[in-house]
Design a protein around this ligand. Structure first.
Ligand code: NBP
Length: 477
């Protein structure tokens, strides 16, 4: 065979990835269960590069140079297993199967192990950036063996997004499921970023009294500063858009029930298993869920709230500045929590993930791309075992400078009855970490009282129990 890479599964994502490989000078073998899609791709885009269309699995495998590299881009789940089972028997030792779908990292770990035992490399790759990214340059998070990355990495570097300094947004994340795990947390952080932006919008609308157009303008200004990011940019676009039918702001004619495909939920489920507090991401997932409970919301329409207290123009402008501070501080907390989860996953599964490199490859191509990520990379590059982003001097200073405004915004939100679960959870996390003493001591006392669960003391080693039902003397636990 002559093709350096093959793509099977030619729906939007696979088709765009195949075109991206071909546009970058690679010979690309093509395959799809429904053959007409393969033909359509060649008919429409054949001129973009060198494609080798294949109508059967055997033909596809024969078209690939060895060691073979074939990318599976089919619907995540059972279809991926079916396609692996179709191709694995046709492959030879040293060949590489790449799964570019949104697989759960636990599935990727299972598949990698099974195929390793058969002498085949399996690389689970997180790909972010949607269809546009797949075509023009996604952010790519490959797991799998170091050996497979040596053969695959140079090809991925060609199609990856490039950061402003020209670095391709791809790096070997770690063994087996590490790539899909990091992609999962990326999506969790994406949920949190979107929720925080939505809360900022809600506050500017309901407390400052701004119109969607005025809020679009405000976001555009923010986008020239430290919040410079793809999500702020598109938020301004959406808010500035007018519905053609009604002439109303587009945001006012869209049903206010957010949907989700599940990666945010996975992030929170896994965080619970790992014991990592990702409260900001969890609130973002719950906020989408709550918005979708139409019955619950209808039944609650007559519940009382506070009396509105409109701001004058100067107060509103001042409040908008405070919201920017609150948004930035909350964003620092979201990333602190997300990176903590990656660190915990890395330790649990022995992945040895380089967090600076993760921040680096999110700088372009993906949905959370932002100037901010360069600032996250620096402290991890300086200190690979940084315990937390908040322990970095610069972030600590930034959040310290924002905290008064952050508190004022949340106080105003509470006073005016505007829900800000993301901002509030982020501040609670910050204050809990700061606290010298937490009421967890009382929790331990309660647990010891009703369940003899024992406690440790601040002043000496060991575990203890108080005889609550007896003379209340203390015994060794
Ligand atoms: P879909 O997720 O819609 O899957 C359609 C493709 O899967 C078609 O090529 C279809 O073949 C094939 N397929 C199915 Br369904 N069942 C199959 C089976 N049993 N055997 C063989 N082929 C089968 O495609 P997509 O929207 O392009 O997404 C592809 C992957 O990329 C998914 O895992 C998705 O989650 C992920 N994704 C990622 C992003 C992102 O931003 N990273 C965006 C969108 C999707 P057919 O043509 O014969 O029906």
């Amino acid at each position: 065979g002559t093709a350096q890479i093959g793509v099977t599964g030619l729906a939007v994502m696979g088709r765009n990835l195949a075109r991206n490989f071909a546009r970058n000078g690679l010979t690309v073998a093509l395959h799809n269960r429904t053959v007409s899609k393969t033909r359509a791709l060649v008919d429409e885009f054949g001129a973009e590069g060198t494609f080798v269309p294949a109508e059967s699995a055997e033909e596809f495998v024969a078209a690939l140079e060895r060691p073979r590299r074939l990318v599976i881009m089919v619907k995540a789940g059972a279809a991926t297993d079916a396609v692996i089972e179709e191709f694995a028997p046709l492959l030879e030792e040293g060949d590489v199967i790449i799964d570019g779908g949104n697989a759960h990292f636990a599935d990727t770990r299972r598949r990698e192990k099974e195929l390793r035992e058969r002498g085949i490399h399996f690389v689970g790759v997180g790909i972010s950036g949607g269809e546009e990214g797949a075509l023009h340059g996604p952010s790519i998070m490959p797991g799998g063996s170091t050996e497979s990355y040596a053969s695959l990495g140079p090809l991925l570097e060609r199609i990856a997004a490039k950061a402003d300094d020209g670095t391709p947004c791809v790096a070997h994340i770690g063994p087996d499921g590490a790539g899909h795990f990091v992609k999962m947390v990326h999506n969790g952080i994406e949920y949190a970023d979107m929720q925080l932006i939505a809360e900022a919008y809600h506050l500017l609308r309901s407390v400052a009294g701004y119109s969607p157009a005025k809020i679009a303008e405000t976001f555009r200004t923010w986008n020239t500063g430290r919040l410079d990011s793809y999500l702020i940019d598109i938020t301004a676009e959406v808010l500035a858009h007018t519905d053609a039918d009604t002439g109303k702001p587009f945001v006012d004619i869209v049903a206010d029930q957010a949907e989700q495909k599940g990666t945010g939920r996975w992030t929170v489920q896994i965080a619970l298993d790992l014991g990592v507090p990702v409260s900001g991401i969890a609130e973002a997932v719950f906020a989408r869920s709550l918005s979708g409970h139409a019955g619950l919301r209808d039944a609650s329409q007559s519940l009382p709230g506070p009396t509105a207290a409109p701001l004058d123009e100067a107060e509103a402008a001042r409040f908008a500045d405070q919201v920017e501070q609150a948004l930035y501080a909350s964003k620092i907390v979201s990333y602190t929590q997300g990176f903590h989860q990656i660190q915990a996953g890395s330790e649990e599964y022995g992945w040895d993930i380089d967090l600076g490199s993760v921040a680096s490859l999110w700088r372009a191509g993906c949905i959370i791309r932002a100037a901010f990520l360069d600032r996250i990379r620096a402290p991890y590059d300086a200190r690979r075992d940084l315990p937390s982003l908040l322990s970095d001097k610069q972030f600590a200073e930034d959040i310290g400078a924002a905290q008064d405004d952050w508190r004022a915004v949340i106080a105003a939100a509470v006073g005016q009855g505007v829900p800000t679960p993301g901002f509030s959870a982020a501040l609670a996390y910050y204050d809990a970490l700061r606290a010298r003493r937490l009421p967890a001591a009382l929790t331990q006392g309660q647990r010891d009282f009703f369940g003899a669960h024992t406690y440790r003391r601040t002043d000496r080693e060991g575990s203890f129990h108080t005889l609550w039902g007896g003379d209340r003397s203390e015994v060794a636990g």
